[in-house]
Design a protein around this ligand. Structure first.
Ligand code: GLU
Length: 368
C-alpha cells in the first residue's frame, strides 16, 4: 500500500531568526528529502508557512505587522515568492509541485471538503507534491485555521495520511521548554491512553518557539493521531531524519495513531466542521451515545453558544470532558426550550413537529 506523508514546516525553520532571510540550506535539504521520498514511492504533501515572513523580507519590513489587512496584503506578496523558491528547487530534481491555498471555510461545506480531498488525490496520483498554506489573503479572523500546525493535521486527516511530521526548531517535546527549564525531561513516545494525561508545561513555549509553539503542535498531534495518522514532532534542521524515523529510529516525539475512522462523513464532522457551541449531557445520554444511539433532548443539561440548525456542536459529559461532536437538528433557542424534555413533548413546547432526535447518530462522532 502506498503510504501518504504530510510534512509541516514553519517560519522559524524556514527563515534565519537574526535576519529574516530564507534558510536556503534547510529548504534545499527539505526539497531533497521530499523528492527522495517521492522516488521511494511515498505520496508526499508539504504544508509550508512563510508567506508573511517572506513578504516582509521582500518589502524590507523589519517587523511582522499586527494590522490584519496589512498582514493579509504581505502574505499575498510572500506566497508567490515562496512557491517560486520551492518550484525552482524541486525543478532541479525533476519533481513537479502544486500550490493549494485553503481556508477553514473550504472544509466546512461537505461538498467542498470532498472536492478538496479529490483534488489532493488526483495530484498525488500524478506524482505531484502539493504545497499547502492557509489562504492568508482572504481568510477571515473568525474562521481561520490560525496556525499551520492545525492546518497540517486537518490536511492529514482529509487525505487519510499515514504520517504527519511537524518540523520545528526543537528536537522533540519536553515536559517544559528546555531552554527555560533545564530540568525538563524529553518525551519520546505518546500512546493514545497517555495523551489524555500528558504532563507538559507549555507556558513558556511562545518565546521563540515559532508562531504556533508547542501548544498548537500538541493540538495538531491530537487531531491527527485520533484521525489515524502517526504524528512526529522533530527538528526541521535535519529533514532527512524523516527516513530514519520511517525506518523505526526513535528520533523526535512520536504520537501513536488511533485506529482510522472508516466512515468518511464522520471524519468530516470531526475535523472539517467548526464547532459553534457546546451541549452538556447527563450520564444516561453519554451511555446512550457510547452504545451507538442518537442524542435526544431528554439527556441535555446545558446549552452554550448561539448555534443554528445544521451546525456542529461539541458534546461534553457532566464533568465537562469532551466526548463527541455532532450536527444539531435544532438551533440553540429551540434547544433551550426542549432540553431535558421527552421527545413526545417537543411538539407541544415548540408548537411544531421537529426531528425526534437532537443529533442523529449518522451525524454524530463519539470520541474514544
Ligand atoms: N500561514 C502563515 C504564513 O504562511 C503561517 C501560519 C503559521 O506559521 O502557523 O505566513
Amino acid at each position: 500500500m502506498t503510504q501518504t506523508i504530510v510534512i509541516k514546516i514553519g517560519t522559524s525553520s524556514l527563515t534565519r531568526p537574526e535576519t529574516g532571510n530564507l534558510a536556503l540550506s534547510t529548504i534545499a535539504s527539505l526539497v531533497e528529502t521530499l523528492s527522495n521520498l517521492r522516488q521511494k514511492g511515498y505520496q508526499v504533501i508539504l504544508v509550508s508557512s512563510g508567506a508573511v515572513g517572506v513578504g516582509c523580507g521582500r518589502l524590507n519590513l523589519t517587523q511582522r505587522p499586527k494590522n490584519i489587512n496589512l498582514k493579509q496584503a504581505i502574505a499575498a506578496v510572500g506566497q508567490g515568492r515562496l512557491i517560486r523558491v520551492y518550484d525552482d528547487l524541486f525543478n532541479h530534481l525533476g519533481q513537479p509541485i502544486a500550490q493549494i491555498l485553503l481556508t477553514r471555510r473550504d472544509l466546512m461545506e461537505r461538498s467542498c471538503y470532498v472536492n478538496a480531498s479529490n483534488t489532493f488525490n488526483a495530484l498525488l496520483e500524478l506524482g505531484v507534491i502539493p504545497i499547502v498554506n492557509e489562504n492568508d489573503t482572504v481568510a477571515t479572523e473568525e474562521l481561520k485555521f490560525g496556525d499551520n500546525d492545525t492546518l497540517s493535521a486537518l490536511v492529514a486527516s482529509l487525505v487519510e495520511a499515514d504520517w504527519l511530521f511537524l518540523l520545528t526548531d526543537v528536537d522533540k517535546l519536553y515536559s517544559a521548554d528546555p531552554r527555560v527549564v533545564p530540568s525538563a525531561t524529553p518525551i519520546d513516545l505518546v500512546n493514545s491512553e497517555e495523551f489524555a494525561n500528558l504532563q507538559v508545561d507549555v507556558t513558556n513555549s511562545a518565546t521563540g518557539w515559532g508562531t504556533g509553539g508547542m501548544i498548537t503542535k500538541l493540538r495538531a498531534a491530537k487531531i491527527a493521531s485520533s484521525a489515524g495518522v502517526t504524528t512526529v514532532i522533530t527538528n526541521g534542521k535535519n529533514p532527512d531524519n524523516i527516513f530514519k524515523i520511517l525506518a523505526g529510529e526513535a528520533i523526535g516525539t512520536k504520537f501513536e495513531a488511533q485506529p482510522k475512522t472508516e466512515n468518511a462523513r464522520k471524519r468530516w464532522i470531526a475535523n472539517g466542521l467548526v464547532s459553534m457551541g457546546k451541549i452538556s449531557l447527563d450520564n444516561g445520554a453519554v451511555k446512550a451515545l457510547y452504545s451507538g444511539k442518537s442524542l435526544l433532548a431528554a439527556g441535555i443539561t446545558k446549552i452554550e453558544g448561539e448555534f443554528s440548525t445544521s451546525e456542529a456542536v461539541n458534546l461534553v459529559d457532566f464533568q465537562g470532558k469532551e466526548i463527541g461532536k455532532g450536527i444539531v437538528n435544532y438551533n440553540y433557542q429551540e434547544l433551550t426550550k426542549i432540553q431535558g424534555k421527552n421527545s413526545a413533548d417537543i411538539v407541544n413546547i415548540l408548537g411544531y413537529y421537529g426531528s425526534g432526535t437532537v443529533i442523529h447518530r449518522d451525524n454524530l462522532v463519539v470520541f474514544d
